[in-house]
Design a protein around this ligand. Structure first.
Ligand code: 47J
Length: 328
């Protein structure tokens, strides 16, 4: 089987939300290659924590409670959720898992309550970091992958308009040129890979260092690189500065933003300058940069700002996982 589902950006491309059918309900979930739990708003939550989201009905006929199973998760941005576990049929664009662990929230943090466009998350990292106790559950991809035409999924994220995820096949209309594959280190449960040198702006190679280990994370909005690369980038953005009040680099919204070329698997991938204007700060006609330092996080994240510039293939067809990137 295969699946194809639209990936709809929230405001400022903050996250990408996809329709998922669970039993007879359709919920809109944030697909996240940086985590491994499929969790949903549910009827078990206090109404004070729900602001229009669709709630998974744990009393529906097809939902089977997994007694004694619980989960609790926290994300890099400080948000979190917790609850209990059911099994139900989950269909993503035609790819169907007949018995998928559906983690029904009993409580969510305020970040999720106020994210009115999302009814929960669908994790696409490795099942080794699933947070269900006493027994970790498989991700949707792990549950269905043996039944897919090919054991892979792809992400085509667009700015300000629908992109798509596919399961089981590569859509050759979504990219140009060839796909460059590189090995994945999933020892931390992520789609980890090694990135090489970088060049700011089109003019020749002005990179002085290499980026190193990184993860591909569709659930993270921005691109977080080592300080040296970030400082090198903003040195080319007139009027830019680090704002402690905003918590990152900002610049005049009218600033001209250079592209950033990153070498992966020996191929240079160009992130256009426009990708680095993330959102207005709300003061002084300054804008918040889509490229920020990884110092607060501890590792480098190629989030949506990067992934919008490429077609990404998350591939387990070779036995060992690999990730592919192609220009689009
Ligand atoms: C909810 C959520 C997901 C992620 C990335 N994996 N973050 C940072 N926050």
């Amino acid at each position: 089987q295969t699946g194809t589902v639209a990936a709809n950006p929230e405001q400022y491309d903050q996250a990408y939300i996809c329709p998922v059918t669970i039993g007879s309900q359709t919920l809109h979930l944030d697909f996240d290659t940086g985590s491994s739990d499929l969790w949903v708003f549910s009827n078990l939550m206090p109404s004070s924590e729900v602001d229009g989201q669709t709630e998974f009905n744990t009393n529906s006929a097809g939902a089977t409670k997994k007694d004694g199973y619980t989960w609790s998760i926290s994300y890099g941005d400080g948000s979190g959720a917790s609850g209990v576990v059911y099994a139900d049929t989950v269909n993503v664009g035609g790819a169907t898992a007949t018995s998928q662990a559906v983690e029904a929230a009993t409580s969510v943090s305020s970040e999720f309550t106020s994210d009115t466009g999302s009814d929960g998350l669908l994790g696409l990292a490795f099942s080794s970091i699933n947070q269900v106790k006493p027994t970790p559950q498989t991700t949707f991809f792990d549950t269905v992958k043996s039944s897919l035409e090919a054991e892979l999924f792809t992400a085509d994220l667009q700015s300000n308009g629908p992109g798509s995820y596919t399961f089981g096949y590569i859509d050759s209309s979504k990219y140009t040129g060839s796909i460059t594959y590189t090995a994945v280190d999933n020892s931390q449960g992520f789609w980890g890979f090694t990135a090489g040198g970088y060049t700011v702006g089109g003019g020749g190679s002005n990179s002085t260092g290499t980026i190193g280990s990184a993860i591909a994370d569709t659930g993270t909005s921005l691109m977080y690189l080592p300080t040296a690369a970030v400082q090198s980038y903003y040195s080319q953005v007139s009027g830019s500065s680090y704002s402690s009040s905003q918590g990152g680099y900002i610049f005049p919204c009218s600033a001209s933003l250079p592209s950033l070329t990153v070498s992966i698997g020996g191929h240079g991938f160009v992130v256009p300058g426009s990708n680095f204007n993330y959102s207005p700060t709300g003061s002084g006609n300054t804008c918040f940069g889509g490229l920020q330092e990884n110092t607060g996080i501890g590792f480098t994240i190629f989030g949506d700002v990067f992934l919008r510039a490429v077609y990404a293939i998350f591939d387990e067809t070779q036995g060992s996982p690999r990730i592919g990137f192609a220009a689009q």
